[in-house]
Design a protein around this ligand. Structure first.
Ligand SMILES: [Zn+2]
Ligand SMILES: [Zn+2]
Length: 160
């Protein structure tokens, strides 16, 4: 997304346009589902002097303004994405915590009907699909993985 568009996005949410906000918003747009540490690394490549605290503060402001959605699968660090305003879900890898978007099964919240809503007006069902990502599935079925090995006979790219 262009910097001018990001500026418009910030202004539309009545947020003051600052370089850290632009840099964080750009990073979240370009790299969905990263955690705070990874985002700090990306933002610093662009804006070397930005502090950890500044990035935390920006993420909080962007999340509160609903420009960014914060997701936190159980046992994983909080991740951020710019895909907001729809009811999409996530599939999470149990072994490496990779995350991918999954469109809502019905297109709108709540996409699951409670078997008993106890009189509540239900407006959302929080759905997380858990499983094993393709990369981890491949690793676990590699024959070399089925017997003990020392760490130095692992050559992922076949470099030896
Ligand atoms: Zn995985
Ligand atoms: Zn997502």
């Amino acid at each position: 997304m262009l910097a001018t568009d990001l500026t418009t996005v910030l202004r539309s949410a009545s947020l003051r346009v600052t370089r850290p906000r632009l840099a964080v918003l750009a990073a979240v747009h370009e790299h969905p589902h990263l955690d705070t540490e990874a985002l700090i690394g990306l933002v610093r490549a662009d804006l070397a002097t930005v502090s950890h605290q500044a990035v935390y503060d920006v993420l909080r402001a962007l999340t509160e303004a609903r420009l960014v959605r914060r997701i936190q699968p159980a046992g994983a660090t909080a991740r951020y994405e710019a895909r907001v305003g729809d009811n999409h879900h996530h599939v999470v890898c149990r072994s490496c915590s990779a995350i991918a978007d999954v469109d809502c099964a019905t297109g709108h919240a709540p996409c699951l009907t409670a078997s008993d809503d106890h009189g509540f007006t239900v407006d959302e069902a929080e759905v997380v699909y858990w499983g094993t990502c393709p990369a981890c599935s491949t690793l676990s079925t590699t024959p070399a993985n089925t017997h003990p090995r020392s760490s130095d006979d692992f050559s992922p790219e076949g470099t030896r």
